[in-house]
Design a binder for this molecule. Structure first.
Ligand code: AMP
Ligand code: ZN
Length: 471
């Protein structure tokens, strides 16, 4: 981390300010991300949240941190239970295919895997223990077999969202997992068994957990009672994250999270994209309409996570054009390296590389300002293209431009890794190289060797012939 000593600033929802980031443990960031409710395909709005978290994770790694990220999979909740009842299925039969689809979508969008994906249904004992601990502290009450959190008993309620329990009417209580009422209400921790619903037999009686308790139980199980970053979309701030603070701090008596980061919504026609509004597109829909997954990724990651982003055909088209410029540049560098040509060292190119990396980092340090960070990359592309148009540059320098692009892309993640070469393809190229040598066209032979090297294939000329291996 000494290579870049500049501080990173994140906008903390809790203080509504940009704050300098310090991890609790040196060199290690522990972060929790509210994951999907796996009752249907996630829509591209959901993926805005997961992409913002992916860029956050990747940038922390770029800066040398080890990241431990936990993303929960909500596999028991009102909507899942309703669907199971409607379709005459178990909750597991409902969630299994969508869990698989979710992981496929993550791969399609190049979203790095978190370290843990805990499922709510596999953590019932942890949730029960947490509720028991809240009960022991007098923060709960029971009604008809369900257990509620008494928000007026938790002094700090409202710290994140500003929704304080001052105006709480006696008996204001919600049972629903999701509710949008902008006022503090006692919320359900444990729902009493209902006829026809999946339930667990526990020390709290038969029933199932509410949605909010799962994130407190699972984050603290994997990350400890106090960790660095908690993320989600802006709709998670209230009541979900407010309730998580109350449950976690209510039980442990210590600070739960240092930095709360929330992305703004992806919009359609100025409105939040949401399942309930019917104005959503899944990733699969958009790919079927001809969008390249990496252009979609670029569309989302090149906007600032704290600005609303409208999904429009023009926006997607512009994103595709910009992403293609990056890909063309990537290809140009690769072909330049494969050609084996080398020219003079360019001081201008050297300067352009240095400046763009410096600016990229400066902007990323400023609360992940990706629009400006991406602009710094385009400055490099413009300058480098101009210089390369005038003739080849020194090979080592070209390699360093290529390394810079790859390094920046460890954060943006928009350059699709190439498919590994097939054995037949490699052998055909080796054959071509042998033929080029026979006709004493050594430049062509070397170009083929470089081309293979760029794809990770190393050749060894032996008395018995050419051997190759994957690097
Ligand atoms: P859900 O499955 O509805 O709980 O949402 C999963 C994640 O997607 C949460 O972090 C939400 O905040 C986020 N999310 C939902 N809709 C949008 C949207 N339109 N734009 C950005 N994030 C969203
Ligand atoms: Zn959550």
């Amino acid at each position: 981390m000494t290579a870049n000593p500049q501080p990173i600033y994140f906008h903390n929802t809790e203080t509504n300010r940009k704050e300098e980031f310090h991890s609790i443990e040196p060199g290690h960031v522990r972060m929790y991300t509210c994951g999907p409710t796996i009752y249907d395909y996630a829509h591209i709005g959901n993926y805005r949240a997961y992409l913002f978290e992916d860029v956050l994770r990747r940038y922390l790694q770029y800066r040398g941190y080890r990241v431990t990220q936990v993303m929960n999979l909500t596999d028991v909740e009102d909507k899942i239970i309703r669907k199971a009842q409607e379709q005459g299925k178990t909750i597991f039969e409902v969630t299994k295919p969508f869990e698989q689809a979710f992981f496929e979508d993550l791969d399609t969008l190049g979203i790095e895997r978190a370290e843990y994906y805990p499922r709510a249904t596999a953590h019932i004992p942890e949730m029960v223990a947490l509720i028991q601990s809240l009960r022991d502290k007098g923060l709960t009450y029971e009604k008809d077999g369900s257990i509620y959190f008494r928000v007026s008993a938790f002094q700090d309620y409202g710290r994140l969202s500003g929704n304080r329990p001052d105006s709480l009417k006696p008996g204001a209580r919600v049972d629903a997992d999701e509710y949008e009422k902008e006022e503090a209400s006692d919320f359900v921790l444990w729902k009493a068994r209902k006829e026809g619903e999946h339930f667990w037999e526990t020390e709290l009686g038969p029933g199932r957990p509410g949605w909010h308790i799962e994130c407190s139980a699972m984050s603290m199980k994997y990350l400890g009672p106090h960790f660095d970053i908690h993320t989600g979309g802006e709709d998670n701030i209230f009541p979900h994250h407010e309730n998580e603070i109350a449950q976690s701090e209510g039980a442990t008596g210590t600070r739960f999270v240092n930095y709360w980061l929330h992305c703004r919504h992806l919009l359609v026609g100025g409105e939040k994209m949401a399942k309930s509004k019917g104005n959503f597109f899944t990733l699969r829909d958009l790919i079927q309409q001809g969008n390249h997954p990496m252009a979609l990724r670029y569309f989302i990651v090149s906007s600032h996570y704290r600005s609303p982003l409208n999904l429009t055909p023009e926006g997607l088209k512009a994103a595709h054009a910009a992403w293609s410029r990056i890909m063309d540049f990537h290809t140009r560098l690769r072909e330049g390296l494969q050609s084996g040509k080398s020219g003079a060292f360019s001081n201008d190119l050297e300067r352009a590389v240095r400046t763009s990396v410096q600016r990229f980092e400066e902007h990323m340090n400023d609360d992940l300002d990706t629009p400006r960070a991406v602009a710094a990359l385009f400055d490099l592309i413009r300058e480098a293209n101009k210089i390369l148009d005038a003739g080849p540059v020194e090979r080592g320098q070209l390699q360093s431009v290529s390394d810079t692009l790859r390094r920046i892309d460890t954060v943006l993640g928009v350059i699709r890794p190439e498919e590994p070469m097939l054995d037949e393809e490699i052998e055909r190229l080796i054959q071509d190289r042998q033929e080029a040598r026979k006709r004493r066209d050594f430049a062509a032979a070397d170009a083929i060797r470089d081309q293979l090297a760029a794809r990770g294939i190393v050749l060894e000329d032996t008395r018995e012939g050419v051997r190759w291996k994957r690097r």
